[in-house]
Ligand binder design. Structure first.
Ligand SMILES: Cc1cc2nc3c(=O)[nH]c(=O)nc-3n(C[C@H](O)[C@H](O)[C@H](O)COP(=O)(O)O)c2cc1C
Length: 217
């Protein structure tokens, strides 16, 4: 498959088949993923791959934490978002709504609790970084995440980046014995897509290119 096709096709998937993903396949995806560039080639990423009963345990623990603390998607803005940017999120949710209605479920509960359970994916991946790095090195994690989701798609697998769970980093570190000096930067759900579930038919839009680009010539 060529890269342009992968970029055009890939989308976040929010319902997975329970079929396990062979460890060799995950290793193959990760070994391509780590070709991502990084500042001074420091490769400042660490992957924790959680599967099987441990993944189920992680999902249960995060749902419990969510029900207790009720911190949902999008926390952590340092000030209110500019309206033009906030509108993009609202528009996406609005476009998702008919799919949730078709499923007869509450969208908030589906997204919040679904995220905590990695949407039922058999594999949860946590991308971590040593806390000696400055925040600027999160850029490298973003790059490696992008490589990961594209390579996974090429291998016939589906993904959903999961940022919501970072609100529950303490619980994750406790359950998975992640050392204090590691930051859990982002999670990713990985598995085979369940195409029978309506929300997986949703494809998110993008704003017009001119909204993002300023030419100085
Ligand atoms: C850093 C990051 C964090 C995200 N966190 C979540 C999340 O917690 N839950 C979720 O359902 N989707 C999450 N997403 C997926 C986005 O909602 C999704 O990428 C966006 O709506 C664009 O849709 P697409 O991935 O299908 O192109 C996250 C994506 C990124 C890049």
């Amino acid at each position: 498959m060529d890269l342009l096709k992968v970029i055009n096709e890939r989308k976040s998937i929010r319902a997975f088949k329970t079929d396990p993903v062979p460890r060799e396949k995950i290793e193959e995806i990760l070994s391509l993923t780590i070709h991502a560039p990084s500042a001074i080639n420091l490769q400042p990423w660490e992957f924790i791959v959680v599967t099987g009963e441990e993944k189920e345990r992680l999902g249960r623990r995060l749902i419990k934490a969510y029900r207790e603390k009720q911190i949902s998607c999008g926390p952590g803005n340092v000030k209110p978002l500019p309206k033009t940017i906030a509108k993009r999120g609202a528009k996406t949710l609005e476009l998702m709504n008919p799919f949730f209605q078709e499923m007869g479920i509450d969208s908030n509960q589906f997204i919040n609790e679904g995220s905590c359970n990695f949407y039922g994916a058999p594999v949860a991946i946590l991308i971590c970084q040593d806390d000696s790095f400055p925040k600027a090195r999160f850029v490298d994690i973003g790059l490696v995440l992008a490589y990961f989701i594209l390579v996974a798609h090429e291998f016939g697998l589906a993904t959903c980046p999961i940022g919501l769970i970072i609100a529950y980093e303490d619980e994750i570190k406790d359950l998975l014995n992640i050392p204090e000096n590691k930051n859990v930067v982002i999670g990713v759900a990985l598995g085979y897509p369940n195409r029978d579930i309506p929300i997986n038919h949703f494809k998110s839009p993008r704003d017009d290119l001119e909204k993002f680009v300023r030419w100085i010539e």
